[in-house]
Ligand binder design. Structure first.
Ligand SMILES: NC(=O)C1=CN([C@@H]2O[C@H](COP(=O)(O)OP(=O)(O)OC[C@H]3O[C@@H](n4cnc5c(N)ncnc54)[C@H](O)[C@@H]3O)[C@@H](O)[C@H]2O)C=CC1
Ligand SMILES: CC(=O)[C@H](N)C(=O)O
Length: 361
C-alpha cells in the first residue's frame, strides 16, 4: 500500500526544484551593471547537466537516473512516469508525474526543470504493444511526436532508444548492420523505425541534437522487464533460483542479441556525453552477446546443475523473435565514440545469479 504522504512527496520535491538555483549574475560589459544572463543552452561541456527522463519507472529508467545522478547531482536528474513510484524511488531523487500524451505537460516540466537533456524511455514494448495496438500507436508514435517537438522547440539534446525490434524478416540477421532493410512486423518495431527516421529528419532539417541507440534485449536483476519478447532471459534466472525449473515461451534455438543492464546504461551515458562532431550518424546499434535459451540454460547449469528448462512456445512471441536479428553489428559505435561492453554470457550469468540471491536475503 502506498501512503498518502508518499503520493504528495513528489510534488513537494518538484516545487523545491522549480524554486531551485537562481539565474547566474554577471557583469554586463556594455552597461557596467549587474544583470541576469540566461544560461540554459546545450553544449558539449558535460558539467551540471539538467536532465528529464520520461517513462522512468520501467526496467531501465531508475538505473539510468542513478548513474546520471552520481555524475551530475541528485537534483539535476528528474525522473517522470505515469505510475506511482515506490518510497525508495522518491527518496533517491526528484520524481514527477508526466504523461507524454500531453505536449504542454512535458514542456512545462522541462521548462520548470530547465532541462538540457531529455531522455525518452516511455514506450509499450513488443509483446504488450501487439496486445494493445491503439495504445501502442498513441504512446509510441503520438507521444514520441510530443517529446520530439518539445525537444526541438526548446533546443534540447534528445535521446530516444530504439531496439533490435526495429528490424524484420527482410533484414540481414547475421550480422545486422546499422543501415539495412528494416521493415519490422510489430507495432513496436514500426513505431521505433518511425522514431529513428523522425529524429534523423529533425536533426537534418532543424539541427535537433537527436541521438538514438538500438538496444538488444536488456537483462537486469533489480528491475523487471515491461512486456517484451526478450523477457524470458530475465525470468529464467528468477525461476532457476526459486524452483530450479523454467518453462520458456520461445523455442530452444531462438537466438537474439542481449545485453547486461550496466552495459546498456553506460553506453547511453557515454553516447550522450559524446561531442556532436564525433558522430557521423544519429542512430547506432550496440551489441554485447547473443544466445539461445538452450545456451543460457547450459551456462546456468554450471552453477545450478539440476536446473531444468522445458518449452511451451507462444506462437506470437516466436514469430517476433524469429524476425529479429541473431547477431547485431556495432562497429560504428565502437569506432566513433568508443563503445565497448563488459559482460559476455558467462559473466552476465554469474552477475544475475549473485544479484538475485542477494535480493532474497
Ligand atoms: N528493456 C529492453 O530490453 C529494451 C528497451 N528498449 C527501449 O528502452 C526504453 C525503456 O525501456 P524499459 O524501461 O524496458 O520499458 P518499460 O516498459 O519497462 O517502461 C516503460 C515506461 O513507460 C511508461 N509509460 C507508458 N505510457 C506512458 C505515458 N503515456 N506517459 C509517460 N510514461 C508512460 C510506463 O509506465 C513504463 O514505466 C523503451 O523506449 C524501450 O523501447 C529498447 C530495447 C530493449
Ligand atoms: C528488445 C526489446 O526491445 C524489448 N526487450 C522487447 O523484447 O520488446
Amino acid at each position: 500500500m502506498k501512503s498518502l504522504s508518499n503520493l504528495f512527496r513528489p510534488s513537494i520535491k518538484i516545487l523545491a526544484e522549480t524554486a531551485g538555483p537562481k539565474p547566474r549574475l554577471s557583469l554586463c560589459s556594455s552597461t557596467s551593471r549587474l544583470c541576469a544572463i540566461p544560461h540554459r543552452h546545450v553544449t558539449d561541456d558535460n558539467r551540471d547537466k539538467r536532465i528529464v527522463i520520461t517513462g522512468g519507472l520501467g526496467q531501465l529508467g531508475q538505473g539510468l537516473a542513478k548513474k546520471l545522478r552520481r555524475k551530475y547531482g541528485k537534483d539535476n536528474v528528474l525522473l517522470t512516469d505515469i505510475r506511482i513510484p515506490e518510497d525508495q524511488t522518491v527518496d533517491d531523487g526528484p520524481f514527477a508525474y508526466a504523461d507524454i500524451l500531453s505536449y504542454d505537460a512535458i514542456k512545462e516540466l522541462v521548462v520548470n526543470h530547465r532541462a538540457e537533456w531529455l531522455i525518452h524511455f516511455s514506450a509499450l514494448l513488443s509483446a504488450v504493444g501487439e496486445m494493445n495496438v491503439p495504445l501502442a500507436v498513441k504512446v509510441n508514435i503520438n507521444g514520441m511526436h510530443n517529446v520530439l517537438d518539445v525537444a526541438n522547440d526548446l533546443g534540447l539534446r534528445l535521446f530516444i532508444p530504439s531496439t533490435i525490434g526495429a528490424f524484420g524478416l527482410d533484414s540481414p540477421h547475421d550480422p545486422t548492420p546499422d543501415v539495412c532493410v528494416q521493415r519490422p512486423k510489430t507495432i513496436y518495431g514500426v513505431s521505433k523505425v518511425h522514431a529513428e527516421l523522425m529524429g534523423e529528419y529533425y536533426n537534418h532539417r532543424f539541427n535537433l541534437d537527436f541521438r538514438c541507440l538500438r538496444y538488444p534485449g536488456v537483462i537486469s536483476a533489480d528491475s523487471k522487464p515491461g512486456g517484451g519478447t526478450t523477457d524470458y532471459a530475465v525470468e529464467i534466472f528468477h525461476k532457476a533460483i526459486a524452483s530450479g525449473e523454467f518453462v520458456c515461451n520461445v523455442g530452444p534455438d531462438t537466438r537474439m542479441p542481449m545485453m547486461q543492464i550496466d552495459d546498456c546504461l553506460n553506453a547511453t551515458v557515454k553516447f550522450m556525453e559524446t561531442d556532436s562532431e564525433k558522430l557521423s550518424q544519429r542512430v547506432y546499434n550496440i551489441n554485447a552477446m547473443s544466445f539461445t535459451p538452450e545456451e543460457v540454460a547450459r551456462e546456468i547449469r554450471k552453477h545450478i546443475p539440476q536446473f531444468k528448462i522445458t518449452y511451451n512456445v507462444d506462437p506470437m512471441l516466436q514469430g517476433i523473435a524469429d524476425s529479429w536479428p541473431d547477431i547485431f553489428e556495432d562497429v560504428n559505435a565502437r569506432k566513433e565514440w568508443g563503445w565497448s561492453h563488459e559482460y559476455n554470457l558467462e559473466k552476465m550469468v554469474v552477475y544475475m545469479l549473485e544479484a538475485i540471491r542477494k535480493q532474497m536475503w
